[in-house]
Design a protein around this ligand. Sequence first.
Ligand SMILES: [Zn+2]
Length: 435
Amino acid sequence: MDATGRQTTGDQATATQPAPAATNQRIDGKRLWASLMEMAAIGATPKGGVRRLALSDVDRAGRDRFTELCQAAGLQVRVDGMGNMFARREGADPSRLPVLMGSHLDSQPSGGKFDGALGVLAGLEVMRTLNDLGLQTDAPVELVNWTDEEGARFGRSLMGSGVWGGVFDQAETQALQDPDGITVGAALDAIGYRGSEPVRPFPADAYFELHIEQGPILERDGLQIGIVTGAQAQVWYDLVATGQDSHAGTTPPSARRDALVCAARVVDLVGRMMRARGEQGRGTVGRMQVRPNSPNVIPGEVRFSAEFRHPDPAEIDRLAAQFPREAGFLARDCGVDLQVTELFRIPAQPFDAGCVDLVRQAAARLGLRAREIVSGAAHDAVYVAPHVPTAMIFTPCKDGLSHNEAESVEPGEAEAGCQVLFEAVVARACRVLNG
Ligand SMILES: [Zn+2]
């Protein structure tokens, strides 16, 4: 038996074949729920949601409480220059790299109680369970609270993990301003969370993030666990349709250059291109500004967005080749100029097969109803994954609703997700290495 209480046998002793962890080691679901409710009270909204905007006073209160809870659990807390927080529990073997887990404590302006908080507080519950069991893992275990995942205040989502992962420049990010002109750097100083640790990837053995699905698939299929195999590829556009403002009553069809008719046809095109790819397709126009936006003036200019997502990056490449061309045909048909600017393409991010497998094994061992799933949303894990072997665990949320005060999770589902997280982390932190 080793530190996990499991039998070690020769054929399990390889780096790629983690031994099964014991299943009699249970996290405390009631304690996890109490932590979730305590954190939800910090920034609670009247409709039962949470408003804990990144680097606000409410975020500070949440961070301060999180720090206290970590210290009470005997963890060493350190903070980096972007306010990312790392709470460490030492392992038995100083040569081993840490196993990371975490998510984010910030929320949307009218967000829910579980988006982000579940992953952080489930990580805390894993630490407390290790303490209760007196279980010293071989590798250290670290719990992370990433700064500003939501992007609601400064307009940049995945901010903390993105700077950490080298996607965003630290100085440029700290100069970003909120609508009141307060910079990220000033906000970090104001709440006292500009730490001294460098903001860059450090060697780590694995990263596990538990998160609510924020979509309807697990609930629809009656499942408890999503084994997240990766995040889908995306391409984003800015579009400007330019026609001519003219009088709604006096301009005959042949003389109209209606930018909104063009935009409407492009919206329909996005929908058709999405549906042509079946259930895996995603295509959205979520923003539109019509000028002059007057009921009796033919619109002369429409500015709008478009984005596509798909698990297969080759489909995103095909979409990106097809969309500007077909949108251009529609615009010519409307007598309108259409400018299509590709803003960025996010490659699909597959997660680490070994880490994904630990999640799969844990769910199977626990007898939980699970399926593989590709994340439709981006998460901090996406920016960690290029540097550290990564996997995610999804837990269902009621009606697939998130970024909403009504966001809701059953206590038993939070507990199941946390138990899978525990098993995956322990299996990784106690695995037998070659050599
Ligand atoms: Zn989130």
